[in-house]
Design a protein around this ligand. Structure first.
Ligand SMILES: O=P(O)(O)OC[C@H]1O[C@H](O)[C@H](O)[C@@H](O)[C@@H]1O
Length: 354
């Protein structure tokens, strides 16, 4: 079924496969945008960064948080709420990230940042966020519109990464971006629909996850946000439930919850994301955990990052998850693009004014 290109095209009328295929070009464009950023904020005027956003935009911020974890000397925090923490003040750089520019939590947090006197940079395609930020005299990084926010990860992540370089918070990443574009351009030729199942890891893994409950395990400090991204992509694109958790934390609780009920545990299909920078003890924990749960769950799949640089390796795992979520949508005969329940929710929320 996954080798039938007609079936794939039928279940993808709005071209999400194409958006995913074009991720390398998107990263290249996002890099150009990033190179041309000029902002008024100076590193010496800030002592922390709060990135506020939801969904795909929050993932971009969260990937950045992990990417700079061992490099950036000031705290980087991701906020996914209507309000910001009390520590946000005039020494805080608040990055309001919303692809549409109209997500209500992000707009509310933007107002909170303004009220708290924070330095603000908005990253968006437009919407109210751009309107407010321009009117208030804050910097706006404008990214191209026309995609689903979750398909715009290159745009919501790479310019922020470049901003961190510009502010001197991290070393230049040009080589890493170049390698990422190369690695993804190679991977798409291995994961695309035209490549048959026996040669296509994305298709083979999807068949394992089909009619199962995908559970994605990452490792703290390396693949934690990538596991979260896989979960989000499977939910939004495939319209299937999926969950994620992170080592070593899951070894302190979740690992015990694997005895009953057996018929539910038997539906768990685990994906373990591995990276060369995983803490050695966590890599060992993954192996031991695998042995402990192997006979209980439906299956455990080890997936390894590809590439030399941290950025390329991160995106290699993200890219596989993106393709898997699209093939899973195909098997369930769902169009990956619409998110009907989110639309209904937003409409209902819009009717209720407080
Ligand atoms: O980036 P934004 O436009 O603020 O969108 C944030 C989130 O909003 C909605 O819930 C979309 O369906 C998600 O896919 C998206 O990631």
């Amino acid at each position: 079924m996954l080798d039938n290109l007609e079936t794939i095209a039928q279940n993808d009328p709005s071209g999400m496969f194409e958006s995913v295929y074009n991720l390398p070009e998107q990263i290249q464009k996002a890099y150009e945008i990033g190179k041309n950023i000029s902002v008024n904020v100076k590193a010496e005027d800030i002592d922390k960064v709060v990135i506020t956003g939801l969904g795909g935009s929050a993932i971009g911020g969260n990937l950045l948080r992990v990417f700079v974890l061992d490099k950036c000397k000031i705290p980087v925090i991701v906020n996914r709420d209507y309000v910001l923490p009390a520590y946000v003040d005039s020494k805080t750089l608040v990055i309001a990230s919303s692809y549409s520019g109209n997500t209500e939590e992000t707009l509310s947090a933007y107002q909170d940042a303004k009220a708290k006197g924070a330095k603000i940079i908005a990253i968006t395609t437009g919407g109210k966020l751009k309107e407010f930020a321009e009117k208030d005299g804050f910097d706006v990084i404008t990214i191209p519109s026309g995609l689903q926010p979750r398909a715009a990860l290159g745009y919501s992540f790479i310019p922020l990464l470049m901003l961190f370089v510009k502010l001197g918070l991290i070393e230049p990443v040009d080589d890493q971006i170049e390698e990422t574009v190369k690695v993804l351009s190679d991977l798409r030729e291995r994961y695309k629909p035209e490549v048959p199942e026996e040669k296509n890891l994305a298709k083979r893994l999807t068949l394992k996850l089909w009619n199962k409950l995908p559970i994605i395990y990452g490792i703290s400090g390396t693949t934690e946000v990538i596991a979260e991204r896989w979960k989000g992509q499977i939910c939004e694109n495939s319209k299937s439930p999926a969950y994620f958790n992170v080592f070593s934390e899951l070894n302190h609780n979740e690992i015990v919850g694997t005895e009953s009920p057996k018929h539910i545990l038997g539906l768990f299909e685990i994906v373990m994301l591995h990276d060369t920078e995983d803490h050695k003890r966590n890599a060992i924990r993954m192996d031991i955990t695998k042995d402990l749960i192997k006979g209980v769950v439906s299956g455990v799949n080890d997936i390894y990052s590809i590439g030399n640089s941290r950025l390329a390796r991160m995106f290699s795992l993200i890219y596989l998850g993106d393709y898997v979520s699209l093939y899973l949508a195909t098997l369930y005969q769902n169009d990956p693009t619409p998110v009907k329940k989110i639309d209904i929710l937003k409409n209902k929320l819009a009717e209720i004014k407080d």
